[in-house]
Ligand binder design. Sequence first.
Ligand code: FE
Ligand code: FE
Ligand code: ZN
Length: 273
Amino acid sequence: MHIGCHLSSSDGFLAMGKTALSIGADTFQFFTRNPRGGSVKPFNKADAENLVTLLQANNFAPILAHAPYTLNACAADEGLRQYALDVMKDDMFRMDHFPGAMYNFHPGSHVKQGVDVGIEYISSMLNNLLTAGQKTVVLLETMAGKGSEVGRTFEELRAILDRVELSEKMGVCLDTCHVFDGGYDIVNHLDDVLDEFDKVVGLKKLKAIHLNDSKNPMGSHKDRHEVIGGGFIGLDALVRVIKHPALKDLPFYLETPNELPGYEAEIKLLRSK
Ligand code: FE
Ligand code: FE
Ligand code: ZN
């Protein structure tokens, strides 16, 4: 089983690899830059190469970068849409230094323009972003449907993917808290939810799992993560997720409200199941 958690990138790339190893992880997620602002340190190539060496020596699963969540590829303001593209272009340049890495982003919020306009803007941003030569696979995250978030339903994700020309550069990251919050009953009907995902999006597009419990009941559209076993999804249902034949070989990333000892304990618990 490949599992890790979200780590702070403030001490650089190699430090994250060492931290991951120290808590029993064999992958991790990190923000490419300040998640609220978008400001970023100059890219340290030597540090990146040192991390790559560590990842390869320790058989890590693909690492996952997360775009700042303030980016909105379907903002009403053209300047904000351009900013999302500019930041993600710079992130693509950075991420291509990590072979096999993936890059996850929140599709966006359509802010009263309607979901169809949102889907058009997001897919056109992706068509401007993706290049045939890039190695990094870009993942749309399944969303909880808070506010006017695009990507709550599998159909919305499919509509975006259908409009992207370089679709082989695209995949989906399924967040267990978000899909449950979005109304998909992964507690009582995991097989049905995955069948639906397969019919609408295709399981071959599923590249990563954000493994989180939820502070709120199914369909709440709140997006509040809880520690594993502490919320409305519960430990048994999350163990069924990590054991499911269609999911068990994917990398799992914890985004639970924890400091490092809490993550270490969750990784140990899940590996013991
Ligand atoms: Fe996210
Ligand atoms: Fe997530
Ligand atoms: Zn979330």
